[in-house]
Design a protein around this ligand. Structure first.
Ligand SMILES: NC(=O)C1=CN([C@@H]2O[C@H](COP(=O)(O)OP(=O)(O)OC[C@H]3O[C@@H](n4cnc5c(N)ncnc54)[C@H](OP(=O)(O)O)[C@@H]3O)[C@@H](O)[C@H]2O)C=CC1
Ligand SMILES: C[C@H]1O[C@H](OP(=O)(O)OP(=O)(O)OC[C@H]2O[C@@H](n3cnc4c(=O)[nH]c(N)nc43)[C@H](O)[C@@H]2O)[C@@H](O)[C@@H](O)C1=O
Length: 322
């Protein structure tokens, strides 16, 4: 079995690759194919076509994307829609052209309308208006689902989509502005504790709620969905509603998350909010019953996951991405 993991140097792709390497070490007959961004620009159609034709994977896992938090999405909307659409079109179409039968692509919980009933079911897709801070990214992610569904319908391939909630863990991006909230807070509270600061300011009102899934759980869920036989996957999805939510089923207010990160990092000062910064969607909680009914649930609790991620942060501060 030849498996191409696109985005293997990213947080999720890295976690998926580690699991696949462990399976190979345990005796599974797996050839794992990877290319760095420098070796293969997935926005380049000709490069992707040449690569797929030469590498001939049996299975493709698409974990490469332009990714960032609320500020990055709101500041670089053109990059988020253009790069993600190009990556999806190139990888999905060229996989099909090279004869790939099974593919798994990662979307995001931001595909759902901003005012949708909570928890968000898979069939809430395309029922309302999207959150403006990440609409371009969400449109690209919806296009990814529809690409897979369309190729499945017309060409009879088996291309699947998982929709993760907000993710965190080892290998995350700790950039002070462009990252997601959890790594941003770990870094900010760590630096405040280290410097003896009196207060830390978090963005927005602190009242939005988010659901956080550890990346190792996400990697396990991805391979669980990929490994389902075609009949089981089809029985749990529909031709034009083929994505599966992945989350914990529990959420937390951002201010409560900040208090948790303060405790973990040893910061004892004040926590202030900055309502001039956007809150984004007020609540994003996944309905994870579809995946639970198939037999998978998250295992890593948030407090344990934050402690482990902080230990990883302390051990890897010198190697962070710019
Ligand atoms: N992190 C999160 O909270 C969430 C993530 N997701 C989804 O999960 C998937 C993985 O995200 P995550 O691991 O967090 O993101 P990362 O940014 O950690 O990893 C993405 C990877 O994609 C690579 N990449 C980006 N553009 C290109 C390109 N043009 N050509 C080749 N490689 C490219 C990046 O390489 P380089 O760094 O060199 O550019 C990086 O290695 C994405 O689809 C994302 O949308 C969904 C929900 C939440
Ligand atoms: C995964 C998901 O990620 C993005 O959406 P988001 O859920 O809004 O992501 P976020 O992690 O950046 O913010 C969550 C909340 O937290 C608050 N917040 C406080 N203080 C900081 C802070 O310091 N940094 C950040 N980033 N947010 C902060 C922030 O104001 C917001 O209320 C999408 O664009 C899209 O990419 C997507 O799919």
């Amino acid at each position: 079995m030849r498996i191409y993991v696109a985005g293997h140097r990213g947080m999720v792709g890295g976690a998926i690759l580690r699991r696949l390497e462990a399976r190979r070490a345990a005796g599974e007959d797996l050839a794992l194919i990877t290319r760095t961004h420098a070796e293969l620009d997935l926005t380049d159609q000709a490069q992707v076509a040449d690569f797929m034709a030469e590498a001939r994977p049996d299975v493709v896992i698409l974990a490469a994307a332009k990714v960032g938090g609320i500020h990055a999405n709101n500041t670089y909307p053109a990059e988020f829609i253009y790069e993600n659409l190009m990556i999806e079109c190139n990888v999905i179409h060229q996989a099909y052209a090279a004869g790939v039968r099974r593919l798994l692509q990662l979307g995001s919980s931001c595909i759902y309308p901003r005012a949708v009933p909570q928890p968000m079911r898979e069939d809430a897709l395309l029922t309302g208006v999207l959150e403006p801070t990440n609409e371009p990214y969400a449109i690209a992610k919806i296009a990814g689902i529809k690409l897979c569904e369309s190729y499945n319908r017309q060409y009879g391939v088996d291309y699947r989509s998982v929709m993760p909630t907000n993710l965190y863990g080892p290998g995350d991006n700790f950039h002070p502005e462009n990252s997601h909230v959890l790594p941003a807070l770990i870094r900010r509270f760590h630096e405040a504790a280290r410097d003896g600061a009196e207060s830390v300011t978090i963005w927005g009102t602190g009242t939005p709620r988010r659901e956080f899934l550890h990346v190792d759980d996400m990697a396990e869920a991805s391979l669980f969905v990929l490994d389902l036989d075609a009949e089981t996957y089809a029985a749990n999805t529909q031709p034009m509603l083929s994505h599966i939510n992945v989350g914990t089923g529990e959420d937390i207010a951002i201010l409560d998350l900040a208090h948790m990160v303060a405790e973990v990092t040893g910061f004892a000062g004040q926590i202030e909010t900055d309502p001039s910064k956007p809150d984004g969607t007020m609540r994003k909680l996944m309905d994870v019953s579809r995946l639970a009914d198939m037999g998978w649930s998250a295992r890593i609790g948030l407090r344990d996951g934050v402690e482990e991620t902080y230990r990883w942060f302390l051990a890897n501060q010198d190697s962070f991405r710019a």
